[in-house]
Design a protein around this ligand. Sequence first.
Ligand code: COA
Length: 230
Amino acid sequence: MLTLEEIFPPFALSIAAGPVELRVLRDEDLPELVELVRGGVEAPGLPMPFLRAWHQETFAPGAPEGFPTSSLRWWWTQRATVAADQWCLTLVVRRDGVLVGMQDLHADDFALTRTVHTGSWLGRHHQGVGTGTLMRRLVVGFAFDELGAQACESGYVVGNHASAAVSRKVGYVENGRRRMVQHARDGKVGVDEQRVIVTPETFVRAGDPVTVEGAEALRRFLSIDPAPVT
Ligand SMILES: CC(C)(COP(=O)(O)OP(=O)(O)OC[C@H]1O[C@@H](n2cnc3c(N)ncnc32)[C@H](O)[C@@H]1OP(=O)(O)O)[C@@H](O)C(=O)NCCC(=O)NCCS
């Protein structure tokens, strides 16, 4: 019988260094993930970091609306709609085996753009010990080394000093500002987003040795030729 990883290669992916490992979200992760979100995500004193305040929805397990069902829809959709020209890997982050956050890696028309985008968060009790920097270094290094990306883009709400610091430490440079609309708990608000971009030339790698498993099967699955386009 085939294994789950042979049936759906994203499940075989593992990117690890030191105490931190990234793997694609599985249903078995959900109880830990829901508990983590319930414990709080936002860093005190920093702006709401997301486009939509999914983490502040009413906690209503077992109900069709509220958290976690609304977020399950999003996570399962990313898995169900994965395609060579539009994919999003929702990676759970474990530190010493404990689920501490998520690191997304997504791309549209990657074969033509060679550009990936990232988004990430940690449970508030797991912030400030270097995990945010390491997980971003892992996913950016993976995109450059294993997928042949030429640029990784990200962005943060102006005033999110933690995210700005991670971007700076990973080697991102500023890439313009844009006005965007956030769907906050009390309705829509306009905020400024700082866009940032990192390329192989500016990237600051993880200090620990990095181990990657399952990259070849994933490249086949997503029709990715890692050789850079000329
Ligand atoms: C942003 C986030 C992922 C950073 O991860 P982290 O593990 O807390 O960050 P690190 O421990 O790797 O620290 C990276 C830098 O940020 C700085 N930093 C961390 N928290 C900070 C805070 N609340 N205010 C200011 N700087 C902060 C650290 O001092 C460190 O810089 P230094 O090494 O120069 O001192 C995490 O704080 C988080 O999940 N925040 C809530 C969600 C979020 O903002 N996501 C990003 C959306 S763009």
